[in-house]
Each structure stands twice: as structure tokens, then as C-alpha cells.
Design a protein around this ligand. Sequence first.
Ligand SMILES: Cc1ncc(COP(=O)(O)O)c(C=O)c1O
Length: 507
Amino acid sequence: MREFRQARWDEPLIFELGGKGRRGVEFTRFFPDDPLKTIPENMRRTRPPDLPELSEVEVIRHYIRLSQMNYSVDLGIYPLGSCTMKYNPKICEEVARSPKVELLHPNQDESTVQGILEIMYKLSRWLAEITGMYEVSLAPFAGAHGEFLGVLIMRAYHKHEGNLSERTEIIVPDSAHGTNPASAAQGGFKVVVVPSDDSGCVDIEALKAAASRRTAGLMLTNPNTLGIFEKNIKEIAEIIHDAGGLLYYDGANLNAILGKVRPGDMGFDIVHLNLHKTFGTPHGGGGPGSGPVGVVETLEKFLPVPRIVCEGGRYRFDYDRPYSVGRIGGFYGNVPALLKTFAYIMSLGREGLEEVAETSVLNANYLAKKLKEVRGFQLPFDGKSPRKHECVLSLKRLRDETGVKALDFSKRILDFGLHPPTIYFPLIVDEALMVEPTESFEKEELDRLIETFKAVSEEAYRNPNLLLEAPHNTSVGRVDEVRASHPRTLTLSWRMYKKDKNALVDR
Ligand SMILES: Cc1ncc(COP(=O)(O)O)c(C=O)c1O
């Protein structure tokens, strides 16, 4: 195992650094005709904003020190299951940072932004092809935002059919990501949960019993959050369609089937994609990113405005959509994320996308096979079917035999320079530890993860306290998770901090 010590700087906040009059940039050097003078007198601030004043080198050193206390996909494996934290290719960053793009303004006249409109139009066509959908809207800013739009489209459809008052329920499996029931409830529907069967898939008999004239739709991800492909998907689609409902595909797990199978061919009517997962654009903390939504032909009229249309080789925004659910955000989506996706698909091509799926599935099965042999680990639903892009292990035995929980185990993993996997999700697995290696890591890196897991498990049997107090080698030790997320202890601004300096005493 590799030795690892994370930097531990006692770094002040940027507001506490610098000194009066220090400058990193001479504004007037770049803009000799001071642009501030063009702001009308009555709109100018009476006193300058209370911003930190630092030289360039102070700013650089501050942020480099902070970055040394952090972890990223550029540093090593990030096997956070369900989050698909893959490497973000630098070519995509370069494209999105081009001044040609950065200096665009969404209020520019359409005639001056034909290039970016063409890119977005083409991207929506590619995503439609990849998912097997008729049309795609690029507007949503995250997976959960796409889900909410999908639920609004379900509403609009049933309203149009004249039976919204009857269609009050959305079915979700008990393995679903939490955002699925949340989106359904936010859209005004009652959530009906169906259990998984002993192979980890949707229990077909329970689904039949749940589907009725009240069903507006089913939300499903395939492969599901256990990394298992729902092999009965055709029958599932039939049950929901026969009941008059729609099938919604949560595309957060598309990485497993990219270029291999299309949700549209499985019978889904609405699909969201997480570009920030499958298509290698950065994300963290549950977004922000981009969650385009695709639909079948009958639902196209409900997509949000504006739509980008192409007429005689010219592109324009179209707002004239009487059945549309309306606007779901400012302007037209997260354009840098869309550009990175465009570059990602261009650079890989069709075969490259297929290879992404093949390698991520191979890596996940390699880990599943090796990690189930770790002392105290079990692989639920083992032997029923191979995993797709991720696997979920249970640390119940480790907890029962040593008192070390999945949380403690994950904290100790940090001490070896690895990002830990997702824990306690999906909820149907006791002491769940969900590993998603993605395609972006070499075998050596996977082997290092396996060896570290084995060694940490042995530590748990030998000296559980080491794990209960972990991490030891990181910039910040074990945090009080309840306090860290309690609204009364959150210090969200410099002003709040100045008011109560004690709020950050533990930093
Ligand atoms: C299966 C699944 N569905 C939906 C989402 C929601 O996506 P986002 O975080 O972009 O809102 C996630 C995110 O982790 C997910 O894993």
C-alpha cells in the first residue's frame, strides 16, 4: 500500500489575507477606457464592496494550499457508486474554455450565435440517437432537475388525455435513488414503492399489484442501483403501458449500457441523462451539471421552451409551443457542460462510447469478485447475475464481528489516499458499500484499492479503534456529520463568519 499524508495547512480565509491596496490585476491596463465609467452615476455603489485585496502570488498560493487539502478525480480513484466520478478529459475543458465560447452572451442576437446553436442542436440529436428517443431538451441543470421535468411531462400528458385527476400515483422500486420519489412527490404525485425480489430486480408480481388506473408512471433506472440489469424490462414496460402509465428512465446509470442498449428500445417514454456522470463532465455534491431529457414522439410537444430548431441550415430558438410545460430555467441549460459532452462524444466516437461501457462493466465485475472475498464483506444477490457498472457490498458481518461500520471503514480508506465508495445506499442493503470504478482507471489502481480494502478489514479485526477514530492522515479528522449539516451551525458567508467567529472554531 502506498504511504499517504495529506497537507495540513492552517490556512486563513481569503478575507483574512492580503493588505490594503494590493492588486493581482491592473484593471486599467486591459481596459484603458475604464469601463466602470460607462455605468450610469445613479447605479454605482456609494462605497466599494468589501472585497479582499491580494497580490497575484498570494491568491495562487492560497488556492494551491487549499487544493493540497482536497481530493479529486485527477489525483486518484474516486469509486463513489451511483455518482460515476470518472476522469474529466482535459480536451473537453479546453473546448469549453475557448474565448469563442466564454465571451458569448445568452442575450446575443441568434444571427451572431449560429455556431453554438448548431453544436447544441447536433448534441441533442446525438443524445436522442444514444437513448433511442425522438427529441431531447438540453435545458435541465442536474439529474434531479431532469427528473422533475420528466414528472412535469407526465403531468402534462395525463392532463392532455383528460385523466390527471385519476392518475395520482408514481411507482418507484425500493432500490431507487432518493431523488426519484422526491421528484414524483414534488410534481404532486403519491409515491408507491414496489419491493425488489430475491435477485435484486423489481418484483414483477408486486408491480402487477401496484399498477392500476391510478398509475401515472413508473420511474426506474436500468441497470438498477445494485448494478443489476432489470432483465424483465420488456414485461415491466408492458405492465405499466397496459395500465395506461408512462415509463421514466433515470439515466444516471447509462454508463453501463452506453452504445449497447437504448432505453427507448426497452420501452421507456421519458429519459434523463446525467451528462456530468456518463459524459465525463465535472460534478460534485450532487450537481450542478446537466440533465437533458429525451422523450418519445407523442410527448415531444410537452418539452420545455425554448426549443432549438433548424430551418434551411439556420438555427433559432422556438417559443411557439402551446403544449409545452414552459420554461424550467434561465436561458438554455449549462452550456459549458453541453460543450464538454459534445467534445467527449466527438473524441470517442461510436466505438469509443461502447468501449466505455465494456470497460466500466469489466472493472466493476473484477472488483465485485475480489471484494466479496475481503474478510467481513458479502456480495448480496451473488450468483444471480453479473454486475453492470457498479457493485454493492454489505459490511454487516464486519460490523457484527468487530463493531466497525461501513462509515468507519470508509473513513479509514481515506488514510491511504483513496476516495471511499458510497455508503448506506441503496437502502435495501444492510451496511451498504457501493463501488463504481468507472472505465477511467488502470488495473494497477483497482488492485491497489483491493489490497487496501483487505488490509483495512484486517485492521478492523486486529484494532477496531484505529478505524473508529479514522481518518488520521488527512487534513481534517473525523467531522461531526450531524453538526456539519445542521442549518444552525452552517456559516455561509464572510458576513456571518465575522458576526460569529466561534462558528468555525473546529475548522
Ligand atoms: C441513480 C441516480 N439517479 C439520479 C441522480 C440525481 O442526479 P443529480 O445528482 O445530478 O441531481 C443520481 C445522483 O447521484 C443517481 O445516482
